[in-house]
Design a protein around this ligand. Structure first.
Ligand SMILES: [Zn+2]
Length: 128
């Protein structure tokens, strides 16, 4: 074998980097490396920050953590299939993400943490 062996992991890594570059070019959202980021707590749930928004929505640099739909659903205690936040005040960002379950790339949406918190507080209000 003279050609270099390209493993599936290499392909995935390459594609993940392309996605991250596109997301930055198009949306000014940054994928965080392992070890960067923050724990985000909400109620009894906590998820690790994977993306940060560096866009300017009209009030200067955003800087908010962004949650994937499954992360947001987990924090809100909702089924994964539902859209976790119905009317986000900041538009969601569409990116392709690696789905570990199927080992494939799926279109997903990133939600601003403040919108997830607002949705959580709305749900709390309904219960009390
Ligand atoms: Zn933002």
């Amino acid at each position: 074998m003279s050609s270099p062996t390209i493993t599936l992991n290499d392909l995935i890594e390459t594609h993940l980097n392309e996605i991250a570059e596109d997301a930055w070019e198009q949306h000014r959202v940054m994928r965080l490396n392992n070890g960067d980021g923050r724990w985000l707590d909400l109620g009894t749930a906590a998820v690790w920050e994977l993306w940060t928004c560096h866009a300017d929505h009209g009030h200067g640099l955003c800087g908010e953590p962004l949650l994937t739909a499954p992360q947001a659903s987990t924090m809100l205690g909702k089924p994964i299939d539902d859209a976790p936040v119905q009317n986000p005040s900041i538009p969601t960002v569409e990116v392709e993400l690696l789905d570990e379950g199927v080992r494939g790339f799926m279109q997903d949406e990133l939600y601003h943490f403040s919108d997830v918190v607002a949705e959580f507080e709305k749900a709390q209000g309904r219960r009390s």
